[in-house]
Ligand binder design. Structure first.
Ligand code: PEP
Ligand code: MG
Length: 545
């Protein structure tokens, strides 16, 4: 058995024969031509044929993976009509008296390099699209043999890299999974793999050796592991994992699109927690009704330096747009304690969980806070965004926050930048906040209970300390009492209340939460359907004996 490792872009388990996919390379030669006009016509004809082919691919993709994912082929059609790209090809043919193949190859290389050098990860990903349209044009110009996409039996594809147009040309029912040596998580190929619901691993540490062709592999899309010629024990383990995965999928299918409603008709908003723009795919595939917690500090954790307003704006806008009008609650920066970032230059502390963290940093370093609030308010124009603040302990903190929020809105208005009036909420994750929730409720539009920290602070148990696991009891009566008190105070003041800590997904407590009148549960994407199932089997009000 050989074990390889890569980065998973979509979960699941695939077991099957490996199929080495190699595209036919079109070798480009630089040839002197005399008839420039004829060469340009030859190029134009190849371009028209390519556009027509993309139209066909679009239709195929619409049928197989839906309109939104098929759009890439429309985008490629548009790229083939891009003035800059076309001008460059014409110019090279005319100026250098060279063949169209050479002009297309040179233009493709230049444009792809230009995109690859951009700072923005999305734009970098577009370099692959440029190469894709360039290859298509070249294969039309050279009329070289087309790559063969037919497969005899269901296989796991192993390729250097895959362009979106290649991904969609494989016969879907014969595709068990993808492994690529290259590839980026932002690429459309990764997006398509997620939509096709098959495990996909990129950046695998695996060579494309001809002898691998036909060998049995197990692809673990959860861990990014690839087992070639697995031993009996590994094969049995992977088969079991695959069965569990299939059972889970069956459950998923059954509950997709169904109401999150109790047997006695109480509706609950069932949202998902994310830490990253990339998590939206799983939110959508698991049919969450919104995002109840976007842990925005992950943008900071993944960055080498403070993310700029523009970088944050793009991330929040992408999330808001992708959720297409469904609620997206962005939690402002919650750095500190276990989430450390070098460039914040935080001093070492005796008790970091009780230290300089979250809203305390934001209120001390208002420039950081304002940058984030500006980005969120700017993105508010593109969807249904709400903001919530972590680690609140007093009404005074909230008032101070509101002053900053007001300043940000005034500045945006002065600059003529559009934004919406949005809901503001607080996380109830300190005992202090729960105890004064009656006062806090008068200041905000909603509460979201962070049971992870609420348990830590109520029980005085460091949630990071594995030794204390046995004492960390989130079902402790004190924690449940604080949750209930918070819910009562929220409703007394006419605002809604949700739970976004891990306890929200604990189905042994779902009925208890329903009885308390919790209006929203925000859980990890993979838990959404399990919680929906539990809610649909429950009564919100206990039946009278
Ligand atoms: C919580 O404390 O329950 C919470 C949701 O926030 P985090 O886990 O990110 O601290
Ligand atoms: Mg917390």
């Amino acid at each position: 058995m050989n074990t390889f490792k890569g980065t998973s872009v979509f979960g699941g388990v695939a077991i099957g024969k490996l199929f080495l996919f190699k595209k036919k390379e079109s070798k480009i030669e630089r040839v002197h031509i005399d008839d420039v006009e004829a060469e340009i016509s030859r190029f134009e004809a190849a371009k028209e044929r390519s556009i027509a082919q993309l139209g066909e691919l679009y239709e195929k993709a619409v049928a197989e993976v839906g309109e939104a994912n098929a759009m890439i082929f429309e985008v490629h059609q548009m790229m083939l009509e891009d003035e800059d790209y076309l001008e460059s090809v014409h110019y090279i043919i005319k100026e250098q008296n060279v063949n169209a193949e050479y002009a297309v190859g040179a233009t493709g290389d230049n444009f792809a390099e230009m995109f690859a050098a951009m700072d923005d990860a999305y734009m970098q990903g577009r370099a692959a699209d440029i190469r894709d349209i360039t290859d298509r044009l070249l294969s039309e110009l050279t009329q070289s043999g087309k790559t063969d996409f037919r497969m005899e039996e269901p296989v796991v594809i192993l390729a250097q890299d895959l362009a979106p147009s290649e991904t969609v040309q494989f016969e879907k029912d014969k595709l068990l999974g993808f492994i690529t040596k290259e590839g980026s998580t932002n690429s459309h190929t990764a997006i398509l793999a997620r939509t096709m619901d098959i495990p996909a691993i990129i950046q695998a540490d695996m060579e494309l050796l001809p002898e691998y062709n036909g060998k049995l592999v197990c692809v673990d899309g959860f861990t990014g592991e690839i087992f070639m010629e697995p031993d009996e024990e590994t094969l049995a383990r992977m088969k079991k994992k695959q069965e569990e995965c299939l059972a889970e999928k069956a459950l998923l299918q059954e509950l997709k699109g169904k109401e999150t409603e109790t047997l006695d008709g109480q509706k609950v908003n069932l949202y998902a927690n994310i830490g990253n723009v990339k998590d939206i795919a799983t939110v959508l595939t698991n049919d969450a009704q919104g995002i109840g917690l976007f842990r925005s500090e992950f943008l900071y954790l993944e960055s080498e330096d403070f993310p700029t307003e523009e970088e944050q704006f793009k991330a929040y806008k992408t999330v808001a747009e992708s959720m297409a009008g469904k609620k997206v609650i962005i939690r402002t920066l919650d750095i500190g304690a276990d989430k450390k970032v070098d460039y914040f230059k935080l001093d070492p502390e005796e008790n970091p969980a009780l230290g300089y963290r979250a809203i305390r940093i934001c209120l001390e370093q208002k420039d950081i806070f304002k940058t984030q609030l500006r980005a969120i308010y700017r993105a508010s124009a593109y969807g249904q965004i709400s903001i919530m603040f972590p680690m609140i302990t007093s009404v005074e903190e909230l008032r101070e926050i509101k002053v900053v929020v007001k300043e940000v809105k005034e500045e945006l208005a002065q600059e003529g930048i559009p934004y919406k009036e949005i809901e503001l909420g607080v996380m109830i994750e300190t005992p202090a906040a729960a105890v004064i929730s009656d006062d806090l409720a008068k200041e905000v539009d909603f509460f979201s209970i962070g049971t992870n920290d609420l348990t830590q602070y109520t029980l005085a148990i460091d949630r990071q300390n594995a030794k204390l696991d046995r004492f960390y009891n989130a079902h402790h009566k004190a924690v449940l009492k604080l949750i209930e008190m918070t819910a009562q105070n929220a409703h007394k003041n006419g605002i809604w209340v949700g739970i976004c800590g891990e306890l929200g997904a604990d189905t042994t407590l779902t009925e208890e939460f329903l009885r308390m009148g919790i209006d929203e549960l925000s859980v990890s994407p993979s838990m959404v359907l399990r919680v929906r199932k539990k809610i649909r089997e429950s009564y919100a009000k206990r039946e009278e004996a």
